[in-house]
Design a protein around this ligand. Structure first.
Ligand code: ZN
Length: 134
């Protein structure tokens, strides 16, 4: 593998499909965001947000849950991350929050999908490009 792994278009598509699959598997009504992280070996790791329905500040974003799932099975090098939100209009790409941008950068994630074109093409950025923005 390269020292500077870049995701392929196929990998980005697999990440988007992984998020959609997580929503199909996860029926819990509190879950509105899913994430998927790819590692340098080509594996995809899913996560969903975890939040309390009784405590408004007890919550974890989907991105760190996906990273934790990857770390738990031995992944050490990450290439890309996608998060998607499920709302009453469908399932859409969700740009990571500031904390997750820092976390993704710290773990060496090179590419973050931040949006999709109307025809479904992923629009990407690096965590460093995103950090100055809210
Ligand atoms: Zn976050």
């Amino acid at each position: 593998m390269s020292d500077d792994p870049q995701p392929t278009a196929v990998e980005l598509k697999r990440l988007l499909e992984a998020c959609r699959s997580a929503f199909q598997m996860c029926a819990h009504p509190s879950v509105k965001v899913a994430a998927a992280v790819s590692d340098s070996e080509g594996a995809i790791h899913n996560g969903v947000q975890v939040r309390s329905t009784n405590c408004s500040h007890c919550a974890t974003c989907a991105e760190p849950v996906a990273l934790g799932a990857a770390l738990a099975v031995g992944a050490t090098t990450f290439t890309a991350c996608v998060a998607m939100v499920r709302d009453n209009t469908g399932i859409h790409v969700w740009s990571p929050c500031g904390t997750c941008r820092e976390l993704l950068r710290d773990f060496g994630v090179r590419t973050v999908v931040v949006a999709q074109t109307p025809d479904g093409h992923p629009i990407t950025a690096t965590p460093d490009e995103l950090l100055p923005w809210p």
